[in-house]
Design a protein around this ligand. Structure first.
Ligand SMILES: [Zn+2]
Length: 209
């Protein structure tokens, strides 16, 4: 199975679906991640060029931990991501060329505007695609999902997910994403994954249009 992840910033892939990706990698799936921006605005005081390069290096480390095979950096402007027609065509070309069966992206009601833009971008890029088209699964980062279509037990790989999140040292040194998302995964596991294990990730399907 080919799996494409559209991640607005380096860290969203680990936070939103890192456990699911680690599980799919173990199962033999081929995983490719497109980082739309390099998160250069999230340097917490570092120069954008320095912050972007640091987060790209962190993304490579996280990908190694999760078992992501290929990563692409599109280096679009962090904080000003737009779901333009040009960009949608570029993403559509990747989908048509590589033919992923699965696609992961943040959900369209996320608090972060770049995440909403990424969701719209995937909607645009996949709209009207002839079959076979990828199943699009939306994940949660800044805003938890209200409606769930898929619950993945990640108890066997929670340590891998947290290690991948911690690989983003530039972020975790300021905000403890590892603790926050260990908590969210625990909540999902306890509340929504019965009779699964203690940790889960959840997804909302993007309807085909
Ligand atoms: Zn993000």
């Amino acid at each position: 199975v080919r799996v494409l992840v559209v991640s607005p910033h380096p860290d969203d892939e680990a936070i939103g679906c890192g456990g699911t990706l680690a599980g799919q990698a173990i199962a033999g799936d081929e995983i490719r991640t497109i980082f739309l921006t390099s998160g250069e605005a999230g340097g917490h005081g570092a120069e954008p060029a320095v912050a972007g390069a640091a987060r790209e290096a962190e993304a490579r480390e996280a990908a190694r931990l999760l078992g992501i095979h290929t990563i692409d950096f599109w280096r679009l402007p962090d904080g000003a991501l737009r779901s333009s027609d040009v960009l949608a065509r570029r993403l559509r070309d990747v989908i048509l060329d590589w033919r992923p069966e699965w696609l992961y992206v943040p959900h369209g009601a996320d608090q972060h505007r770049d995440h909403r833009a990424a969701s719209r971008l995937v909607g645009k890029a996949t709209r009207g695609l002839a079959p076979p088209r990828p199943a699009v699964w939306q994940f949660e980062v800044w805003t938890p999902l209200a409606t769930l279509d898929r619950i993945v037990d990640i108890s066997q790989v929670i340590d891998t997910k947290l290690a991948a999140i911690r690989a983003y040292r530039s972020q975790c040194s300021v905000l403890r994403f590892d603790e926050a998302f260990a908590g969210l995964a625990r909540y999902r596991g306890e509340m929504h994954s019965w009779p699964g294990g203690p940790y889960a990730e959840v997804f909302r399907r993007m309807d085909a249009r």
